[in-house]
Ligand binder design. Structure first.
Ligand code: GAR
Length: 207
């Protein structure tokens, strides 16, 4: 059983997609052991509670120094002894030690086709605004491993989504979630849980 911790900051629709996929058997060999939020009022915490999953909040507001928050965050993740950490809309700069300790064991969902519209400052609605401003006709979502850079780790799965006439950032965000994010994030977890993600010759392959 792959023990998974999910880290969240907001509504938690990606968390919900993971929980639903685990329930329906779309994800196998996986146990969601905990949810960590940096925001006390994140609806994602309620979703975890509804599913009977231990959920905790580690907020930077509760610590005088950033280094103390970083330590608490790392301790919170370690407390679940996870095999995999899933960043599902976790909008916090990660402590370096967390990245190092969970190298090749931490994945992130990003709402664009990386390497477009990613990196520092590209998160949430901002991504979709930029896609529309540029006049892109196709966008999508990406699941990638987390490394020391920003959205720069090896890519596991991507799915393209059409941009349509009359889209607003909000409409496009919803379509990218429905047609891409909520599908490829559970799929990526299932592939990892079932040994289908392979590192060969410096490349990452997903069977
Ligand atoms: C998702 O669209 C996710 O791709 C994005 O935050 C949203 C969280 O929604 N993540 C990023 O932008 C990371 N750079 P959710 O809380 O409803 O799952």
């Amino acid at each position: 059983m792959l023990k998974v911790v999910v880290m969240v900051s907001g509504g938690g629709t990606n968390l919900q997609a993971i929980l639903d996929a685990a329930d329906s058997g779309e994800i196998t060999n996986t146990e969601i052991v905990g949810v960590i939020s940096n925001k006390q009022d994140a609806y994602a915490l309620k979703r975890a509670e509804n599913a009977g999953i231990p959920a905790i909040c580690v907020s930077p507001k509760d610590y005088a120094e950033r280094v103390q928050f970083d330590e608490a965050l790392l301790a919170a993740v370690d407390s679940f002894s996870p095999d995999l950490v899933v960043l599902a809309g976790f909008l916090v700069i990660l402590p370096e030690l967390l990245i190092q300790n969970y190298k090749n064991r931490m994945i992130n969902i990003h709402p664009s086709l990386i390497p477009s519209f990613c990196g520092k400052g590209y998160y949430g609605l901002k991504v979709h605004k930029e896609v529309l401003s540029r006049g892109c006709k196709v966008t999508g979502a990406t699941v990638h491993f987390v490394d020391e850079g920003c959205d720069s780790g090896p890519i596991l799965l991507q799915k393209a989504v059409e941009v349509k006439y009359g889209d607003t950032p909000e409409i496009l965000q919803r379509r990218v979630m429905e047609e891409a994010e909520w599908q490829i994030l559970p799929q990526a977890i299932d592939r990892i849980a079932n040994g289908k993600v392979l590192f060969e010759n410096g490349y990452v392959f997903v069977k």
